[in-house]
Design a binder for this molecule. Structure first.
Ligand SMILES: C[S@@+](CC[C@H](N)C(=O)[O-])C[C@H]1O[C@@H](n2cnc3c(N)ncnc32)[C@H](O)[C@@H]1O
Length: 220
């Protein structure tokens, strides 16, 4: 874990120290990480364990009861979020991949949170647009295809209650967003998205240098 490339902003020693002084992932999360690593390089998509711990703590501090995740992959972030819910809470997980999400389901079952998770296999925009505009959700996490980040955010603003939070992953894009020499399409998309949030008076934002950068946007 100490050489995780996700925490590009920290040196390996400081990152190892930080991980060693937070609560470690439990055995179920460890085995989900091991199972995901068998997929090879693509396993990089899984969030860092310290980010999962942060998101779990945030959801519990907020007393979140209803949450939405856009981008589930093999279910690590979903597991962290679902464990923060009360028994009658709900996490809607949006992903297009039956193959990847099915890897996570047995781990959700082992952790006793499967009943709290509604997995929707469909393009996330379709799932979000079908939800009633009641602003009944407390927390959302965006971690899917970058070109759609802005659309996910716009939809989620209509679903999250005032005082609720939208979390957005990979906002530092391994530091590329701050390097003017990098002008590829994905970097430009994330730059544009970050500027949109910073200027959006409907939210208060803070960008955390956690893993690959996590924006916390509190909806006014
Ligand atoms: C970075 S991974 C998510 C990682 C996950 N949060 C975790 O902790 O393991 C991105 C996921 O977004 C999904 N995805 C990509 N395009 C999508 C779309 N249009 N709608 C829903 N999910 C999508 C991919 O299938 C992939 O599983």
């Amino acid at each position: 874990m100490s050489d995780s490339p996700k925490s590009f902003a920290l040196g390996p020693e400081v990152h190892a120290y930080l991980v060693a002084h937070g609560s470690p992932p439990d055995a179920i999360k460890q085995s989900l990480m091991e199972e995901t690593s068998k997929l090879g390089g693509i396993s990089m998509m899984q969030i860092a364990p310290e980010q999962g711990a942060f998101m779990n703590l945030l959801a519990r501090l907020m007393g979140a009861r209803r949450m939405i995740e856009v981008g589930t992959f093999t279910g690590y972030s979903a597991l962290c979020l679902a464990e923060a819910l009360p028994d009658d809470g709900e996490l809607i997980c949006c992903d297009v991949s039956e193959e990847w999400t099915s890897i996570g389901v047995p781990f959700w079952e082992k952790a006793g949170v499967r009943e709290r998770i509604r997995l929707e296999i469909a393009p996330a925009l379709e799932t979000l647009r079908a939800l009633p505009r009641e602003r009944s959700f407390d927390l959302a996490f965006i971690d899917a295809d970058k070109p759609s980040y802005s659309d996910y955010y716009d939809e989620l603003l209509q679903l999250i209650r005032p005082g609720g939070v939208i979390l957005v992953d990979n906002v530092l894009w391994f530091g590329r967003v701050a390097d003017p020499d990098v002008v590829d399409e994905h970097t430009e998309i994330i730059r544009e998205f970050n500027t949109k949030l910073a200027c959006d008076e409907r939210v208060e934002c803070v960008m955390l240098p956690l893993a690959d950068g996590l924006t916390l946007a509190r909806v006014r």
